[in-house]
Design a protein around this ligand. Sequence first.
Ligand code: NAG
Ligand code: NAG
Ligand code: NAG
Length: 246
Amino acid sequence: MLSRVIFSLLTLVSLISADPSMDELEGTWTSKSNTVFTGPGFYDPVDELLVEPDLPGISYSFTKDGHYEEALYRVVGNPKNHSCPVASVTYQHGSYEILANGSVVLTPIAVDGRQLLSDPCNQEDPNTSTYTRYVQATMFKTFQRYVDPYHGRWTLQIYQFDGSKMQPLYLAYKPPLMLPTSALNPTDAASETDSALGSTRNKIKRSLENQYRTNAIRQTSTESFDKYWWISVVCLGLASSYMFLK
Ligand SMILES: *[C@@H]1O[C@H](CO)[C@@H](O)[C@H](O)[C@H]1NC(C)=O
Ligand SMILES: *[C@@H]1O[C@H](CO)[C@@H](O)[C@H](O)[C@H]1NC(C)=O
Ligand SMILES: *[C@@H]1O[C@H](CO)[C@@H](O)[C@H](O)[C@H]1NC(C)=O
């Protein structure tokens, strides 16, 4: 009971002190379908493979030192013909900054973005998808992070550049599940020899393996609640030792 009260108080405090910061954005966020996650399961840069998830959804990852990754699987229905939806799988990563006014600017690494587009009714072979480079800088007007009172999950509400709400995103991993944050195709030029490309690929493979070993930690509502509980305990401890010192 007491921890519940403290939990609510802390939530309140975190809402009041919500100065948009990189600490708040840190993590891998995913939409309700829970099928799309940034990281090696979505895009394999070694084999240049984009993986189509089971259901449409979007995912964003942010590090607290200014890197981001974007994974989108979008299906747009064709109102004229329901057997003609346009599906796209998009990967981008790069750096981001939070402006003084709270807006967030995402700057992709141009050589790394990829998109798989399938538009069955407007292409010669309806069974193939088009695989292309993709570069799209993005600005979010602002964002809010809060604990969803119903599911008890960390929620990220992003407001797009025009102020409209993006679908809410839920915290899935913290630290985030991401591919290496540096350029994946640093030697991506026509003049590169095959052997030079080969060694770059080996490097990517190795750093991917390291990524697996270290970082991402799956987040569930219980875990974040537990974390809060422990923070409460520590806060209580600090408060009482403060009173004791006085
Ligand atoms: C919808 O698209 C399919 C596949 O291209 C086509 O066979 C069908 O005739 C189209 N239907 C309409 C109403 O345009
Ligand atoms: C597309 O795939 C379907 C089902 O696999 C097949 O029947 C059809 O012949 C293919 N069309 C083309 C143009 O390859
Ligand atoms: C913040 O500043 C940027 C750049 O001047 C601008 O584009 C954006 O609309 C501003 N955001 C808000 C919330 O006013």
